[in-house]
Write a protein that binds this ligand. Structure first.
Ligand code: ADP
Length: 684
């Protein structure tokens, strides 16, 4: 054959400028394309040989990647190509509607390359000239050399080549010099080719000699041709899985457990998913699941392929059936991909279920690390919730674990309120809410520890899932009202005394940033604390949700509303009232008498006006009613002034408030300092 010239069969004027111009983002994938072509050609030859269609020696099949001064060469000892095959597979590129497609996917090199079968042509992203020197495995094949300088013109000529196989030689262009650096190629091979099924060598292994690194005779093979996920689970030990994990994520702790995926039907999928031990959120994002297609690395963004909550797992997934070269939005609608996602979810829940069943102790020990994945899955995927509800755990403040059903049985008798609602008590901070937890325990209640990142959302969800159930944080009310069993004992104090107490305490409350107090009295029994602070479950939860959910800012900006509850049964509170009576009665009595007169007169007037039309009431009487209103407001203020004055001199009122604040971690700065001083004074 004399040297041939021809045009590459592209209908578009010139494919190469397009490749160069549009595929700017992912130039590095040329190496993946060329090395995997070499691997494919090698695999095919092995197949032919095993079927008896090729009887020659296979010999060393290592694929070599080598760097010259201006060149990168990828050589294999695979099938090779005849001149006809070059014409068919390289020259005739099927190309239709090219312009539209390129415009649409110009930022997505994978999509273009996949669509056009342009794997080989991606070489032109980095090379100004490409040569293929190849000799087919077929008997008496003539070696040929194809050359193309990036225009649609190529030349094809006969050459001498001793060995079967193909050398692809790239003459790297000026803008792509970075790819001539050993370190760059080395890291690209590591990224894309670490697990290819045929040995790939890059240069020679090095050793230290006389203080410097020198090449040895041994090929520097960069890949593991038989990665763990391609092997039979029955042949593997725990150690193997741990070692492989360390290979994938060298800086991470040992994984909690793993799932070896192996599916043949209705799609092919293999892989290993690891539940990592998570130390921080940063780590969650750093290590990702890697997606492979026949052991060729494709990407580590698996969104759309595995369910959201499982993107937090680590490991590898390998499937030739995931359409890799299409856009993400297409992926989500692909029915194969949906099946894969459902399958993976099922596998993960089956595995968790079986660990739970077979080794509950281990499951409990690892629960704190697993919890975030399981909760996330339950919150975001209905199917997963339905599976996980049987093995998801609650932990109580004693560190005991229960399934949802077990816990329900535990609290059913003692924590059902008068409306037949089951009340789940929880704390999100064992130390801060210590006293509330203690009083709940004294009542025989159980308290759950719900201090996880997703527990606010879990509480809301579980309340909807569980029938006739309610979650209440232990500090959201006084113990008798947390679970209302029967009608509460009525407050025994007169309205007057209630008012006196509440005015006194209100007047001594310190100003706290973004917090407001509602002061009430309540007979809680003489052994309960004299003063308690609670925060309504509803308001607090609204604020918590506002923090994790957009569009609820309204709640987020509201002050925290607390209840300051005065225990009218407690000796100290009673003592304050007695002292108040002694000190204030002389002042309060005449005000009360006057108040009574005002009320009486006003009632008289109102009674005489009953049934009359507005115009029938004398103006003088209307004025008098208004006057009496003012008078009453005035008297009330006078009375409050008396209580306030008393409270200002009474050390106990402020001391009790401070103790309650202290118990809730709300006493700080100057107020805390004053408290300490006052406490010392009181001891003198
Ligand atoms: P694809 O690999 O997707 O078919 P490519 O453009 O990468 O598309 O390659 C086109 C064809 O060229 C391949 O299908 C194969 O027949 C042939 N080819 C490419 N590289 C080699 C090689 N190293 N050895 C033998 N044949 C090759």
């Amino acid at each position: 054959m004399s040297t041939q010239k021809g045009n590459i069969g592209v209908t578009t004027e010139n494919i190469f400028p397009v490749i160069k111009k549009f595929l700017y983002s992912d130039h590095e994938i040329f190496l993946r394309e060329l090395v995997s072509n070499a691997v494919d050609a090698t695999q095919k030859l092995k197949t032919l040989s095993s079927m008896g269609d090729f009887n020659g020696e296979l010999g060393d099949l290592t694929v070599h990647v080598s760097l010259g001064k201006n060149t990168i060469t990828v050589s294999d000892r695979g099938l090779g190509l005849t001149a006809e095959e070059i014409d068919k597979y390289i020259n005739q590129i099927a190309f239709s509607g090219a312009n539209d497609f390129l415009e649409k996917y110009k930022n997505d090199a994978n999509a273009i390359i996949g669509h056009f079968g342009l794997g080989f042509y991606s070489a032109f992203m980095v090379a100004k000239k490409v040569e293929i020197v190849t000799k087919s495995y077929k008997e008496d094949a003539q070696a040929v050399k194809w050359t193309c300088d990036g225009s649609p013109e190529f030349t094809l000529e006969n050459v001498e080549k001793a060995d079967r196989g193909t050398d692809i030689i790239l003459y790297i262009d000026d803008e792509s010099k970075e790819f001539l650096e050993e370190a760059r190629i080395s890291s690209l091979l590591k990224k894309y080719c670490s697990f290819l099924p045929v040995p790939v060598a890059f240069g020679k292994k090095k050793e230290w000699k006389d203080g410097k690194q020198v090449d040895t005779d041994e090929d520097n093979v960069i890949n593991d041709t038989c990665p763990l996920w391609t092997r039979k689970p029955s042949e593997l030990k725990d150690e193997d899985y741990k070692k492989f994990y360390a290979q994938l994520y060298p800086m991470s702790d040992e994984p909690l457990f793993w799932i070896h995926l192996n599916v043949d039907y209705p799609f092919h999928l293999t892989g290993i998913l690891y539940f990592p031990k998570v130390k921080s959120n940063i780590e969650l994002n750093r290590n990702k699941i890697q997606l492979y297609c026949n052991q060729v690395y494709v990407t580590d963004s698996v969104e759309g392929i595995v369910p959201d909550f499982l993107t937090l797992l680590h490991g590898v997934i390998d499937s030739p059936d995931i359409p890799l070269n299409v856009s993400r939005s297409y992926l989500q609608s692909d029915s194969n991909v949906k099946k894969i996602s459902t399958h993976i979810t099922k596998k993960v829940s089956d595995r968790l279920q079986s660990i739970f069943k077979n080794d509950r102790k281990q499951f409990e020990e690892k629960w704190n690390d697993l919890k975030i994945f399981i909760n996330y899955g339950m919150l975001t995927q209905e199917e997963f919730y339905d599976r996980a509800k049987d093995f998801a755990l609650f932990m109580d403040t004693e560190g005991k674990y229960y399934t949802f059903d077990e816990y329900k049985t535990l609290i059913k008798d003692n924590q059902t309120d008068k409306d037949n609602t089951l009340v789940y008590l929880y704390t999100n901070h064992k130390d801060e809410q210590y006293s509330y937890i203690e009083s709940a325990k004294n009542k025989g209640y159980n308290v759950l520890l719900m201090d996880g990142q997703l527990d606010v959302a879990m509480v809301s969800m579980l309340e909807q899932k569980f029938e006739k159930s309610h979650f209440t944080r232990v500090d959201s009310d006084i113990i008798d009202k947390l679970i209302v069993k029967e009608d509460q004992p009525a407050e025994t104090l007169t309205a007057d005394k209630q008012e006196a107490l509440s005015v006194m305490f209100k007047s001594r409350l310190p100003q706290l940033d973004k917090a407001e107090f509602n002061v009430v009295t309540q007979a809680m029994g003489e052994n309960a604390y004299p003063v308690m602070i609670t925060q309504s479950e509803y308001m607090r939860r609204m604020k918590e949700m506002a923090n994790i959910q957009a569009g609820m800012n309204f709640y987020g900006e509201m002050p925290d509303m607390f209840n300051l509850i005065l225990n009218s049964d407690h000796a100290l509170v009673k003592g304050i009232l007695e002292d108040e009576e002694k000190a204030c009665d002389a002042d309060v009595a005449p005000i009360n008498t006057e108040m009574e007169r005002v009320n009486q007169r006003q009632n008289e007037l109102k009674k005489s006006h009953e049934g009359k039309k507005d115009e029938e009431i004398p103006t003088a009487e209307k004025d008098e009613i208004n006057e009496l209103d003012k008078k009453r407001t005035d008297l009330k203020a006078q009375k409050e002034a008396v209580y306030t004055k008393f409270a200002a001199q009474n050390q106990i009122v402020r001391q009790l408030i401070d103790l309650a604040l202290l118990q809730n971690g709300m006493l700080k700065g100057e107020a805390l300092n004053n408290f300490v001083k006052r406490s010392i004074d009181l001891m003198k």
